[in-house]
Design a protein around this ligand. Structure first.
Ligand SMILES: [Zn+2]
Length: 173
């Protein structure tokens, strides 16, 4: 692709104080979910299920990288990073983040997100749906560590677990 029209930049999120003096920076969650699940429907129809998942993971990862750069870029200590992630996730209404396992040396983590932005309250579907979140967490982890991670959701509201649980494993080699 010679010239990009839509390369993301944080500026695209806009000046909300200027642009939304009456409505403010929040919207109803249904609107966010409507957009996410409609995108996934259309992408799957056009490119198939596997490609739709790959696109969602990649998009989540790019979002995670930008999110990291713009909010956590100055942090070098892991515990400070986790604390800061927890408070930002809560303040922005993304979810309630907990770390169940953090083996920094092995690069092996388990984390949970309750009241997750993407899936809490959805009907049970027999599959984990938070592929965008997997990518988002991978983007955060990779940005912080400078190493590659594979993130997989192993429990989800949609599989009856009432919290989303993710493994994050360092990709070695
Ligand atoms: Zn989930």
């Amino acid at each position: 692709m010679a010239e990009r029209k839509y390369a993301f930049s944080w500026n695209l999120l806009g000046d909300l104080e200027l642009g939304r003096p009456n409505l403010g920076p929040t919207t109803r969650l249904e609107v966010y979910r409507l957009m996410q699940f409609i995108f996934r429907d259309v992408i799957e129809q056009r490119f198939g299920t596997a490609e739709a998942d790959a696109i969602f993971y990649e998009a989540g990862k790019l979002a995670g990288c930008h999110f990291y750069q713009n909010i956590f870029g100055h942090i070098t200590d892991f515990h400070e990073f986790v604390k800061s992630l927890q408070s930002v996730f809560k303040d922005m209404g993304i979810g309630i983040l907990r770390i169940e396992k953090a083996d920094l040396e092995a690069g092996s983590f388990i984390l949970t997100v309750s009241e997750d932005l993407d899936c809490s309250g959805l009907p049970e579907l027999n599959y984990e749906i938070c592929v965008y979140d997997e990518g988002f967490i991978a983007g955060l982890m990779e940005s912080f560590t400078g190493k590659c991670f594979k993130v997989k959701e192993i429990d989800c509201w949609c599989t009856g677990d009432r919290t989303c649980r993710f493994t994050a494993e360092l990709i070695k080699g």
